[in-house]
Design a binder for this molecule. Structure first.
Ligand code: ADP
Ligand code: MG
Length: 223
């Protein structure tokens, strides 16, 4: 098994001497499907942000996809993000672009040919049952529909890792089901490493997954 993420004595926080995550040590392998849980305010989003270089590391070491985040250059962080799909609880779609172009964005950034981007976006739109709305703008869609687009966008360029922060937080059952099935299939068929912050692990997922919990600043694995 090949490691894709390794944290050693990792400490994270926003203020000096006030670490939210303290001395975390864990490894995540390629193709792992990992849930991160913990009480509200425990540091789940903080930990996830560190994995795409959105947070300065207080101390310790964190390696993600061969990049040492604790002393990475801006160029290395940009490269890391090109190979990462990120999903936020509040979708963060580009409101001025229709949903087809939103899905095309990571592919365009990665230099895919325009026709390939279009056909791939169309295929993903049909997977999320929104092909008939391809030229609609994000604000013309429901929250659940917008999040389905956000997941399709995160998968479109076949990243090495997908990081999702409470992706089904307040969605309808139908959209949640579609999102879990898309993440499962990205993991199973494309071998993408999936890391999802959630306060409730869905039942009947039918895959093998790992669970990390954060409690009082400590990260530990449980079964
Ligand atoms: N940008 C920030 N600046 C200062 N403190 C923050 C910031 N973001 C989060 N925090 C604090 O860090 C702690 C963990 O937050 P967060 O990682 O968002 O928790 P969770 O996602 O588990 O609910 C909380 O006490 C929160 O108030
Ligand atoms: Mg959070």
């Amino acid at each position: 098994m090949t490691q894709i993420i390794k944290a050693s004595h990792l400490c994270l926080g926003y203020k000096k001497n006030e670490d939210i995550i303290r001395d975390a040590n864990f490894c995540i392998n390629k193709k792992d499907f990992v849930f991160i849980s913990g009480a509200s305010g425990s540091g789940k989003s903080t930990l996830l942000r560190s994995l795409y270089g959105d947070l300065k590391i207080s101390s310790g070491e964190l390696e993600v996809n061969h990049i040492p985040i604790h002393h990475a250059t801006k160029g290395q962080i940009a490269a890391l993000r090109r190979h990462t799909g990120i999903v936020f609880q509040d979708y963060k779609l580009i409101e001025e672009w229709d949903i087809e172009h939103n899905i095309m964005l990571p592919m365009l950034i990665n230099g895919y040919n325009k026709n390939l981007c279009k056909s791939q976006a169309k295929e993903l739109l049909s997977h999320i049952n929104l092909l008939h709305k391809n030229n609609k703008y994000p604000l013309e869609l429901s929250g659940g529909e917008q999040q389905r687009v956000a997941i399709a966008r995160a998968i479109s360029h076949k990243p090495d890792i997908i990081l999702a922060d409470e992706p089904t937080g307040n969605l309808d059952d139908y959209s949640s089901e579609l999102i879990w099935s898309l993440l499962k299939s990205a993991n199973k068929h494309l071998g993408i490493t999936i890391i999802v912050v959630t306060h409730r692990i869905p039942e009947h997922l039918n895959i093998f997954y790992r669970k990390l919990n954060i409690q009082e600043g400590e990260v530990y694995e449980f079964s």
